[in-house]
Design a protein around this ligand. Structure first.
Ligand code: BG6
Length: 459
């Protein structure tokens, strides 16, 4: 049933201004927003409705510059505002009104306020009929994720909780399921006999971008690998779900996560890399040493680059390395999943240099699929040359955030993270974090604008 009221807790914060309002504007422009949806902001700023609307206009102008004026006006007119503490049930009661059914509580809040806000929501009876959306990070380790799940489950049904991972709203990410399960061509090759390895890479040119307060206590492993890249791993490696509904889809992901084996403490040194950028340039953008960025505590040794090799202990994937890597301030935006197939030595053909390999690559932003093949060369027909079959996907109609917001407004959690998934992801990553905190392996460095530290495993 579609929600009639969206209550944004943390309505004057950066997340609301940068993502949520923009996603709402996109939905309004695409006529996806239900006509009777009221949007209520709650935050501490002692503002009235007019101030909040002015603030929203300013954020939209900054973060959604191409938005038609009429659409922006229409959205702003839906907005109302309640000033106060999100942990105060009286404040929330004013925001939700007497009937909390068919409402969505969006927690655009710092994680330390999640628990008091959830308690206050429960106190006003929001557990009956309301849906709750929680942004990352969902916990900072296994114990805190478990505690947060216990608190949520004390008051809310799991189906009413949407743990957001915006990667699941990305077109290519959703497309992995279609490619894998709707094309019989790939199915016989999707296993350890045919696949030599899978590289899941999220290299970014963006650097800290003023986020030291969050990022310096988080680092690349927890910011991107623990959630986003493990979700990509799930979709690439999981078994076919019985149906594409919330239960079956998430059952398949959890089953896969349970068989993921991270490195043992003794293996962490050889199966992971951590590094931090030093001063450098990306195009004409000069970047300082990460350790000298404002708000950074160099003693924390926070990594801005992380790579780990994981294995999936099941019949399909035994022995196949899955390498997950992400980094900031790198030379290029390389965001892809590469499934590398085995290339048996075949004496029938010759080749020059490297033997051409078969590889299927899913690229994101821009969304493309590339299939690397070995074809007969133009010169000597019996000498193989590499060739690419390339497909560019039509641009996504809605951004990832907007897509997931539609799902939440409609109450379908299929693309939200289930509580047990979040816990499994921490189980996988936690032993690596523990070794890194002891200084193993040592923190490497790479100049901003380079390809990353030397000695990493993904080429
Ligand atoms: C966010 C991380 O969740 O995802 C950022 O906190 C990262 O550090 C971002 O840059 C990447 O996603 P996108 O969709 O913005 O490229």
């Amino acid at each position: 049933m579609t929600a009639r009221r969206l209550v944004i807790l943390g309505a004057t914060g950066d997340l609301t201004g940068r993502y949520l309002l923009v996603a709402l504007a996109e939905l309004a422009a695409a006529r996806f927003l239900p006509d009777d949806l009221a949007v209520v902001g709650v935050a501490r700023d002692p503002w009235g409705e007019a101030n909040f609307r002015r603030h929203a206009r300013e954020r939209l102008a900054r973060h959604a510059p191409g938005l038609p004026v009429a659409v922006g006006d229409g959205l702003v007119e839906r907005l109302s505002y309640v000033a106060g503490d999100v942990a105060d049930p009286a404040v929330l009661a004013a925001a939700f009104g007497p009937d909390t059914s068919r409402s969505l509580a969006y927690l655009a809040l710092p994680p330390n306020v999640f628990a008091p806000a959830i308690e206050a929501l429960a106190a006003i009876g929001a557990a009956t009929g309301a849906t709750i959306v929680i942004e990352k990070p969902f916990g900072t380790d296994l114990a805190s994720a478990k505690a947060l799940n216990e608190l949520l489950h004390r008051h809310f049904a799991e189906e009413a909780v949407f743990r957001m991972d915006h990667f699941l709203g990305k077109q290519t990410v959703q497309n992995i399921l279609g490619v894998r399960f709707a094309n019989p061509l790939f199915q016989p090759a999707w296993n350890r006999e045919e696949v030599a390895g899978v590289d899941i890479v999220w290299d970014e040119t963006v650097a800290l971008e003023g986020r030291a307060g969050y990022y310096d206590r988080t680092g690349a492993l927890r910011d991107v690998i623990q959630n986003h890249l493990l979700q990509l791993l799930c979709l690439v490696a999981m078994e076919k779900p019985d149906a594409l509904n919330a239960k079956d889809l998430r059952d398949s992901k959890v089953e896969l996560l349970r068989s993921v084996r991270g490195p043992t403490p003794a293996e962490v040194a050889s199966q992971s890399t951590r590094a931090r950028y030093t001063a450098g340039a990306i195009g004409d953008r000069r970047l300082p040493d990460y350790a000298e960025e404002q708000g950074v505590d160099p003693a924390l040794e926070t990594e801005t680059f992380a790579e780990v090799t994981l294995f999936v202990d099941n019949d399909r994937w035994q022995g196949v390395p899955f390498r997950l890597r992400t980094g900031k301030a790198l030379a290029t935006n390389r965001r892809e999943i590469a499934v590398r197939f085995r290339t048996p030595v075949d004496p029938l053909f010759g080749y020059e240099g490297h033997r051409p390999v078969n590889q299927l690559v899913f690229q994101m932003s821009p969304d493309r699929m590339v299939l690397d093949l070995a074809l007969n060369g133009a010169g000597d027909p019996f000498c193989l040359e590499p060739a690419e079959l390339e497909l560019t996907l039509a641009p996504q109609d809605l951004s990832a955030y907007a897509r997931l917001l539609v799902e939440a407004l409609q109450g379908d959690p299929a693309l939200a993270i289930r509580g047990d998934e979040a816990e499994e992801c921490w189980r996988i990553v936690e032993p690596i974090v523990a070794e890194w905190e002891k200084g193993t392996p040592p923190l490497l460095s790479y100049p901003a604008g380079s390809a990353g530290p030397t000695g990493r495993t993904v080429a």
